[in-house]
Design a protein. Sequence first.
Lengths: 180, 170
Amino acid sequence: MVYGKDYSIALDISLSMGEKYSDMIPSKLEACKEAIVILASRVLQSGSRIAITLFHEKPIPLLPLTGDYRLVVRAISDVNFTGEGSALGDGIVEAIKILRGSRRDKIVIALTDGGVTEGIPVKASALYAKYSGVKLAIIVLSRDIRSEILDEFKQVSDSGAEILFVESKQKLISAIMKMV
Amino acid sequence: MPLIVFTVEKSREIDAILVRRILESAISLGEPIGYKASLVVYGERAHPLVDPTLDWGIIPRAYAETPILGKSPNLLEALRETREILDLEDSFEPRITLIIWSASVKPKHRVDLVLKSLEYMGVKYKIIALRPSLPGWIKYYPEILENTITYRSNMNIEKLYQRIIMDITH
C-alpha cells in the first residue's frame, strides 16, 4: 500500500520573477518559495513527496522526489532568479519526467508569471501530462498576459490542465493548497 | 517487458496524416506482439509524449493531438529523448525503435554516433524516410543510410510496417 501523493514543482526563475507584483514583495519568486514551503509543511507529514525543477530558457532539475521537509526548505532557499527567457513547456516536461516510475497520484504544479518565450509548446507538455496520468496545474502570477499566450493557455486547459491566475500572495497559497 | 519506441517527426516538413496512418497500422496489426509502446515526437524540439504503456491505442491519438513543433526536424534531440526512455527499461529485454523522418534537412553529424550508441545498448532500430529517394548528403551518414527505408506513395503502409518490424525483430 502506497500512502501520499507525489508533487513535482516547476518553478520559473526568469528575470521577471524577480520583480514585485501586488503584495508579493520583494518578488514573485520569493512569494512562490514561501508557498512551496507551506505546501511542504502540509503534505510531507502525510507521506507525500515533493520534487523541484527550475526553468528559464532550459529546465534545471533541482531536487528529486523527497519526503524530507528540511531538504525541501534548504533547496528552495538557495533559489534565485537567474536568466533570460522562459521555457514553461520544457519545465513541465522535466517535472513530469521526475515522476516516472511513481505509483502514487502524480501532480505537477507549474509556477510562472506567464512570459512564455521559447521551447516546447505548453500544449505539448500538457498532453504529455495527460498521457502520463499526471494532474497538471499552471499557476500564473500576472494580470498582463499577451493574447497569444492566453490562447495557448486556453488550448492547455482544453487538454485537461488547470490554469489559475492569482493576484495576491494569499491567492497563490490557496491555489497551491487546492492541489492537496 | 520488450519495448518499442516510436520516434516520430511532427514538423511543417512532414505529412502528419501519413505518419498517423503508419501509427494506426502498427496498432491495427498489433505488432510486434507482447511489446510495450512509447512515443517521442520531434520538430525543432523533441519531447516524450507517451511513456511506455500497454495501451497502444493512445499512440496515434496523442500524435494527432500534439501541435506542430516548428519547421526543421532535430533528429539528434529526438534520439536523445528516445535513449532516455530506452534507458528506463530492463536491458535484458528486447528494445527497438522505429524512427519516422522527413529527411528534409541535414542532421548534425553526431546523429550517427548516437545511432551507434543505440546499437551498443543492444537497441535495434529502423528509419522510415517519408520521401521516394534519399538526398545526396545522406552518404555522409553511413549509419542512417544503412538503416533507412524510403516511402513511395504506391506502397502499402501495412506491408511496409510489417516488413520493417520483421527486419528489426529477427
